[in-house]
Write a protein that binds this ligand. Sequence first.
Ligand SMILES: [Zn+2]
Length: 256
Amino acid sequence: MGKIISFLLRFIPRKYLQLFSHIPLKIYTFFLKGNNVECPVCDAKLTKFMPYGRLVSRPNALCPNCLALERHRLMALYLKQRTNFFTAQNLKVLHVAPEYCFIDRFEEMKNLEYITADIESPLAKVKMDIHQIPFEANTFDVAICNHVMEHVDDYHKAMSELYRVLKPNGWAIIQSPQDWTKAHTFEDPTITDPRERERVFWQNDHLRLFGRDYGRELEKAGFTVTEDDFVMKMSKELVKRYSLPSEEIVYFCEKK
Ligand SMILES: [Zn+2]
């Protein structure tokens, strides 16, 4: 199963996978009903999650019911436990490159004015280039933008744009893949061969690989950044039950 999923991920464009893959997976959920693992995005309780990965298939990764991966489950827990996302009234939210597992759930939340945006995803309502966000300064209480900065031409500009459209006291979560073994972010625009990009930047459409300085890069855009090792403070049992990325830092970015 893992090999089949890896094959599909490598050869079918992501935008089509997002549109159609949930139907067979939803059916498969029925056969995985149990109580070994739990998805904090959709509350499904299952015998296990499904394997998932482009190069290496990770076991226990994908929730077949909502398509959440490890990092999405961490995000759901973080939003619930560490932010006012589910409790504050009248939050105006910009969700860039919205993940399938969150869209319907966030759209249904009465306390949010929820706007999805992306340059190409058919799941997003607003078509936009993050280098020029088509909203005025100080518009949003919350911005969520995960796994975008490694793809864009100018991540400094993209981060600054998110900062600009946040209201004072607004906050954002901006996650990107990171190589913890590297002190510094590495980018090289002369690397254009997809196979070489995959080797150096981990995926054939990535333009850089962030290092341990990622939080500093966010600060350069103006944010006050809390690097939250939230998941490392959870019990091993819960990390396993939710199948979370056990070393991921959540970058909580405030406009003060
Ligand atoms: Zn789920």
